[in-house]
Unconditional design. Structure first.
Length: 484
């Protein structure tokens, strides 16, 4: 190492040892699931008597179950279902488990047919009909446990970022924001002509970009990220990969593309050159007939389901101060069209008149005004806001076509007047009762972060994402995070 980089180096502790036990934990979990599925299939075959087959005894079922279980787990392993880089994120883990399960079912069916073995069809249907979903649920539970541990600072991958300080900071910000990924940045490598000791974000520089191999080897690094400016040629990356071939280190190249969902990205190697294809933004899909139908059906069902809660909230508000039950506030919808957004009133009747006074008192300048201990909130308003019950009347806005169940937060006209050109893109779709902003912190988010989430939603919409946001909204409401 050069004298300069030596003065920058700090002592880095050992990597998280628990990471090496994740594949074994997944294997044990799968073994339990497959065993229970085999036992359930044997019991269910006799209990429900799905099909008439020759008499089966316990010994036969035990033998078949053992063979199927071993083959099933072996195929999951051969398909890469226990690779240590699968756990915690992405759909690849689930795809490999499902593909291996389907292959096991196909081989068992063909094998029994060729061997003329009279395997109970009820047993066959039960073991895979129960086992495959159970394996996915088991992996999902394991993933949630891993992500929770990573948010607590455990099961961390030790990461070194290599590249220009500005891009290193961009990557570090993204990794810190998604703490559930478990990427712990322990240092940065910058070009040799950059003599700073820390990046602008405060990441300590521990060497030069040219020293990647020695730093990774000497410091027990789990992942090396190559950002913009880290490499002078593709040949350099290939040589580094050769040098690290015998070491358990993941090599990741971080392109200068952000806030693009995985569904819009495709990698196509052409002549040994991996080309990244990015599909067009999906803002038009977010206003499609399918999404509108989903909104209408969902809002109708929720209105029926929450009708008793509507009555309770209305009575509580009316009895508290005799004022109006509903609060109508002008918001900006799709393509800048204004509408009356409905809410249960949670503030005193003259709340709007006192707004400017409060803004001046706290020095608020832009964005939606939210005050944690707002003196205008009424007694019933506190519990209405805490569990977002005050927003339920917006289901009527959804039925009217002014809002959607999921979408960007509906802005005030005064906010829209201050929008920069890029921010206007969030008006391409209907605003939502909930959205990424709701499940990511609500009022605790900064203006910049809220805008980023809204733009990400507009560009990367999918029905699956809407369903995921709705599911997460339940947890966010119950935790009351950022609700005030």
């Amino acid at each position: 190492m050069t004298l300069l980089s030596a003065t920058r180096t700090r002592v880095i502790g050992p990597p998280s040892r628990a990471l090496r036990y994740l594949p074994a934990s997944a294997l044990v979990l799968d073994l339990v699931v497959v065993t229970v599925s085999a036992l359930f299939a044997a019991w269910g075959r006799r209990r429900f008597d799905f099909f008439e087959t020759p008499a089966d005894d316990a010994t036969a079922f035990a033998a078949v179950g053992a063979v199927v279980g071993v083959a099933w787990l072996a195929l999951i392993a051969l398909r890469g279902g226990y690779r240590d880089d699968l756990f915690g994120a992405g759909t690849e883990e689930y795809k490999r488990v499902v593909n291996a399960s389907l292959l096991t079912a196909a081989l068992l069916g063909v094998g029994c047919y060729l061997a003329k073995y009279p395997l109970s069809r009820g047993y066959y249907l039960l073991i895979f009909g129960v086992g495959v979903p159970a394996l996915i649920v088991g992996r999902l539970v394991l993933r949630r446990a891993v992500q929770h541990a990573r948010k607590q600072g455990k099961l961390q991958f030790r990461v070194v970022l290599s590249g220009l300080p500005s891009h290193v900071d961009e990557v570090a910000t993204a990794l810190a924001r998604e703490s559930w990924l478990g990427y712990s940045v322990v240092g940065a490598l910058t070009p040799a002509d950059d003599h700073r000791e820390h990046t602008d974000r405060g990441i300590q520089v521990i060497g030069d970009c040219e020293e990647v191999t020695s730093v990774v080897k000497d410091r027990d690094v789990d992942v090396i990220f190559f950002a913009s400016g880290a490499l002078t040629s593709s040949t350099e990356l290939r040589r580094i990969a050769w040098d690290l071939e015998q070491h358990d280190v993941q090599v990741v190249v971080a392109p200068r593309v952000t806030d693009v969902s995985g569904e819009r990205v495709r990698i196509r190697p052409v002549g040994g050159l991996p080309l990244m294809h990015i599909d067009a933004p999906r803002s038009l899909d977010a206003i499609s007939l399918g999404k509108r139908l989903f909104d209408v059906v969902g809002a109708t069902l929720l209105l029926v389901l929450f009708s008793p809660l509507f009555l309770l909230a209305a009575l509580h508000i009316k009895l508290a101060d005799g004022g109006p039950v509903l609060f109508r506030q002008t918001r900006t919808g799709r393509d800048g069209e204004e509408f009356a957004c409905l809410k249960f009133r949670s503030m005193v009747p003259d709340a709007e008149e006192r707004l400017d006074e409060l803004r001046a008192a706290v020095g608020h300048e832009r964005g939606l005004f939210k005050l944690k201990d707002d003196p205008r909130i009424t007694r019933p308003g506190r519990w209405l806001r805490r569990y977002s019950i005050d927003e339920l009347p917006q289901l009527v806005n959804v039925l009217r076509g002014e809002m959607s169940l999921v979408g960007p937060r509906p802005p005030l006209p005064s906010e829209v007047a201050e929008y920069a050109s890029d921010v206007h893109r969030r008006l391409r779709v209907r605003p939502g009762m909930t959205g990424l902003w709701q499940v990511s912190g609500r009022s605790d988010l900064s203006w910049k972060e809220a805008v980023r989430l809204d733009l990400y939603y507009v560009d990367n919409w999918s029905l699956l994402q809407d369903l995921n946001i709705l599911a997460k909204t339940v947890g966010a409401v119950l935790r009351s995070r950022g609700a005030y």
